[in-house]
Design a protein around this ligand. Structure first.
Ligand SMILES: *Cc1c(COP(=O)(O)O)cnc(C)c1O
Length: 462
């Protein structure tokens, strides 16, 4: 796979380079120049394998990764099989909640959110690509709105030669989220930024743009902007689809959305041939995508705090990738050119709709789902359920496509929100419960690049 920058000012690179450098020097994002279609029979083979042997994420992971990056940087099928086995240590089940509605449960990993999939596969891909590490310490710098930090910390905490620096917005992540990176191994450093997630993301972007700094610390990004996180997310779209009944028509996918990495992976899978009726982006009050699809204008906003905090993103970076994916080939206008945006929106609207939901609606959905189905869902998944229901409208007939809601987090991860709604207490999985009693290690950080440079230089001496 060849990757080019969405800003179109840097040379194209191969997968290994895109993975190791994270972001191109021109400040854009790497995205695939073209997507290899799934060969005929590829998806059906996975489907039949699941029928015969049960859903095995390692098998799906190996096949999907091999299709995407097999042979790149010398990675063999055996190496990819090992990456999948070490990273995908938890199930990705599709469960039915009504005759034609399914939850794709992506939250059974160590940090209870879907980001475990991308972060863990990326960590093991990095290790596979560096068969002979050059002895230098690599610093994974990552901005988090809540869940990325834990997923990345957990994926890399015992990886030799790697240090992790997590930037998180102070006071804006749940305690259950925070302890996953403030009590992680000694190579994980948590910096509480005085500001919002957008400030954290801006700081990370500024750090990556500083070539000297980048070299000094061997900075690599592990945000959803890294292709090493993005591509593995195609695994669960394939795995989810392949668990549908054999005769099911192409489904609608409802995707709880913030920085749009999850949605981008789904749209890429569709472009490669994954059966899809349509995609429904579910957002909270941070509705930049909804407004873009309504008006064709892209206007980033300051992020607004909500109950589904991992989706509090006012300037979703992956939108540029989606625009690149849906642009007419050969269009030389800048991606964000107003006229080009209008054209891209027209293409995109054929496959994608979006809606925005308030905290009150989210709370009501969590309560109603518990009452109607006995199931507990976290606030992000609830937003996904609301969006699917609204997109289906009154269509309850036979012609209605099945709906797959991507269940992105475990309800216990957001129990401060969920417990009062259901008037019950939610036990934490044991791994997380233990961490509640460990001392947290964090330091606060002023939201400026010089402050971040000082902090990086300081942890660099440890
Ligand atoms: C990160 C996250 C999202 C948003 O995913 P994006 O890829 O940023 O759109 C949704 N739900 C949960 C639980 C998350 O952690």
């Amino acid at each position: 796979m060849i990757f080019r920058s969405t800003a179109e000012q840097s040379p194209s690179v191969d997968f290994a380079t895109a993975l190791l450098t994270g972001v191109p020097p021109d400040g854009g994002l790497y995205h695939p120049e073209s997507l290899p279609p799934f060969p005929s029979g590829f998806l059906e083979e996975i489907q039949v394998g699941i029928r015969r042997h049960g859903p095995d994420p390692v098998r799906t992971g190996t096949l999907v990764l091999n299709h995407l990056i097999g042979g790149e940087g010398g990675i063999s099928l055996t190496a990819l099989e090992r990456v999948s086995r070490e990273a995908l240590t938890f199930p990705l089940p599709l469960t039915r909640i009504s005759p034609s509605t399914f939850l794709l449960e992506l939250f059974h990993g160590p940090t209870l959110a879907f980001k475990d999939v991308g972060a863990r596969v990326m960590a093991h891909l990095l290790a596979a690509l560096e068969a002979e590490p050059d002895g230098r310490i690599r610093t994974i710098l990552t901005a988090t709105s809540g869940d990325t930090g834990g997923a990345v910390a957990s994926a890399f905490e015992h990886v030799p030669g790697t240090r992790v620096v997590v930037l998180f917005p102070r006071g804006r992540v749940s305690r259950e989220q925070r302890i996953q990176f403030t009590t992680a191994g000694p190579n994980v450093h948590a910096l509480a930024v005085d500001g919002s997630f957008d400030d954290c993301q801006r700081l990370a972007r500024e750090a990556f743009a500083d070539t000297a700094l980048r070299r000094r610390h061997g900075l690599t990004s592990a945000n959803s902007i890294n292709v090493g996180r993005l591509l593995p997310q195609l695994i669960y779209y394939v795995h989810g689809w392949a668990q549908l009944p054999l005769d099911a028509p192409p489904p609608s996918y409802a995707v709880p959305s913030g920085n749009l990495g999850n949605l981008t992976a789904g749209l890429m899978a569709r472009a490669m041939g994954l059966p899809a009726h349509d995609f429904i982006a579910a957002t909270n009050a941070n509705r930049v995508l909804v407004d873009f699809l309504d008006t064709g204008r892209f206007s980033p906003q300051p992020s607004r705090p909500t109950l589904s905090s991992a989706m509090d993103v006012g300037d979703p970076s992956n939108l540029r990738r989606i625009l690149a994916l849906y642009s007419a080939p050969g269009d030389n206008r800048p991606l964000l050119d107003p006229a080009r945006l209008q054209d891209t929106r027209r293409h995109l609207s054929r496959h994608l709709s979006a809606s925005s939901w308030s905290d009150e609606e989210t709370e009501a959905c969590i309560r109603r789902t518990k009452a109607d189905t006995g199931r507990l869902v976290d606030p992000h998944t609830a937003v996904g359920m609301l969006a699917l229901q609204a997109a289906r409208g009154t269509n309850t007939g036979q012609s209605r496509p099945p709906g797959i809601i991507l269940a992105t987090a475990h309800p216990a991860k957001f129990r401060a929100t969920v417990e009062p709604l259901i008037h019950d207490s939610l036990p934490l999985p044991a791994s997380l419960e233990e961490r509640l009693h460990e001392p947290e290690r964090t330091r606060t950080l002023e939201s400026t690049l010089p402050a971040l440079v000082r902090a990086l230089d300081d942890v660099g001496t440890k």
